[in-house]
Design a protein around this ligand. Structure first.
Ligand code: PEP
Length: 251
């Protein structure tokens, strides 16, 4: 039985002061929901302030990206151990990183290995574009992203990894996938690759989230799908009432 995880990706939103205010507003509502894990991923600069407020809470903290080198002449990059000082999780390979910042399956793989090496739990994002979807290439693209992004990874337990299936055309568009389609892609192109890479026992325990225009109105439909173990939420994670309602729907 996989405990649902509802994760918020705050993207390029909220100063440290605003992030503190948002977490203060949502924390009591999140704490009131049992049997669901929560994660919030603010911008790097807001992480220390939010970490203070999340101490001793059930809400985990994550970063939105991480570099693979430990130190050196890599201006503006953030190393895995720097993230691990404050965070338990890190999002890797979000489609906005792939589309705007040249992220590839190879760089996803390097970041994921480095994150694991620092004891972080990577939330690895995969998903097809609209063009790929319309060309009937979803399964080919998603299984390739899984195989190449996670190649050579060593994990000893399912709790060390989270995967997010995020069809690119559903992110920030208000146009979510059909829950049964999301579940089908996870069952056909994500879970079997996890089995291939890590064996059945670990693969069955890895949480696979759906992401793409999840809102309080559609969250329950996603969570009632057997293969959907929670959500990676963008826009709605910035509104405390919505993020709490999505968390309640997962319970
Ligand atoms: C995301 O950024 O991962 C995301 C799913 O965004 P939204 O919920 O706004 O579609």
């Amino acid at each position: 039985m996989r405990t649902p995880l509802v994760a918020g990706n705050w993207k390029l939103n909220k100063t440290a002061a605003e992030a503190k205010a948002l977490i203060e507003e949502m924390l009591p509502g999140l704490e009131a929901v049992t049997n669901v894990d929560n994660l919030v991923c603010p911008s790097y600069l807001a992480i220390p302030a939010v970490a203070e407020l999340l101490k001793d809470s059930k809400v985990a903290l994550g970063a939105q990206n991480v570099y693979w080198e430990e130190k050196g002449a890599f201006t503006a990059e953030v190393a895995p151990n720097m993230v691990a000082e404050f965070c338990e999780f890190v999002i890797i390979g979000h489609s906005e990183r792939r589309a705007y910042f040249g992220e590839t399956d190879e760089t996803v793989n390097r970041r994921t290995k480095a994150a694991l090496g620092a004891g972080l739990i990577p939330v690895v994002c995969v998903g097809e574009t609209l063009e790929e979807n319309e060309a009937g290439r979803t399964d080919e693209v998603v299984s390739r992203q899984m195989r190449e992004g996670l190649a050579g990874l060593e994990i000893k337990s399912a709790s060390q990894l989270v995967v997010a299936y995020e069809p690119v055309w559903a992110i920030g568009t208000g146009k979510a996938a059909y829950p049964e389609d999301a579940s089908r892609v996870i069952g056909k192109s994500i879970r079997p690759v996890l089995v291939e890479l890590f064996g059945n026992e670990i693969a069955q325990g890895v949480r696979v989230l759906y992401g793409g225009s999840v809102k309080p109105e559609n969250a329950r439909d996603f969570f009632s799908e057997e293969e959907v173990d929670g959500a990676l939420v963008g826009g709605a994670s910035l509104k405390s009432a919505d993020f709490i309602a999505i968390t309640e729907a997962a319970a």
